[in-house]
Design a protein around this ligand. Structure first.
Ligand SMILES: O=C(CO)[C@@H](O)[C@H](O)COP(=O)(O)O
Length: 229
């Protein structure tokens, strides 16, 4: 995985057809997705249950690019190796998920993946200030995690603060929750480069009619890059 700050669209398969993950991953990549975002939920850290490392391993052969795994679980550390072995390129853990996030990020890198740290809407940017040398990505939640299709919460100030804090370090800023053609521009302007979008990408399409996925991805990308279509 090489680092750059260009806009990357990462569809969340939480909004895909759960009976057809492999084909859905292939469809979104064919339609222009840069990364595939995989939301892992445990029914404990967040009030919803999605899937685990076995599902990640099953979809891995259907993803040519980056598999971006967002762990909404606590504890995290006992499961890092399983997600790394499942083929995750990026593993993101929440700063709120345990007392030793620095150790967790080191363990993710030690397992051979890029290390991401996520911040819930109520957690300030300062929570990652001393983690930026052990992190490859900071994920700013723009919804309270647990469900797709929620209303976007404006975190522009936090994104700007993080962007300044990161400086020249090769650390991505990812935005997750409620990203669509209306919200992509403000988060990109504030300094985000990875935009996770679930419902706004999968809306209107299917594996047998994937063209809307491409239209949705292009529209979000254009909004983020400042060129409205
Ligand atoms: O992690 C989460 C929710 O917890 C997100 O990845 C959502 O799944 C994004 O979905 P939309 O808000 O784009 O529908």
């Amino acid at each position: 995985m090489t680092f750059d700050r260009s806009i990357k669209i990462a569809p969340s398969i939480l909004a895909a057809d759960f009976a057809n993950f492999g084909a859905e991953c292939e469809a979104i990549e064919t339609q222009g997705a840069d990364w595939v975002h995989v939301d892992v939920m445990d029914g404990h850290f967040v009030p919803n249950i999605s899937f685990g490392p076995t599902t990640c391993a099953a979809i891995r052969p259907h993803i040519k690019g980056v598999m971006d795994v967002h762990l909404m679980i606590a504890p995290v550390d006992p499961y890092i190796d399983a997600f790394a072995k499942a083929g995750a390129d990026v593993i993101t853990a929440h700063v709120e998920a345990g007392p030793h996030i620095h150790r967790t990020l080191q363990a993710i890198r030690g397992a051979g993946a890029k290390a991401g740290v996520a911040l819930n809407p109520g957690t300030p940017a300062a929570a990652v200030e001393h983690l930026l040398d052990v992190a490859d990505l900071v994920c700013v939640m723009t919804v309270n995690p647990g469900f797709g299709g929620q209303k976007f919460i404006d975190m522009s100030d936090k994104i700007r603060t993080l962007r300044a804090m990161i400086g020249d370090r090769p650390v991505h800023i990812e935005i997750d929750g409620g990203v669509d053609v209306n919200t992509a521009s403000s988060v990109a302007q504030a300094g985000a480069d990875v935009l996770v979008a679930g419902s706004a990408v999968f809306r209107g399409g299917s594996v047998s009619n994937p063209a809307p996925y491409g239209e949705n991805i292009r529209a979000i990308r254009a909004a983020a890059e400042g060129v409205y279509v």
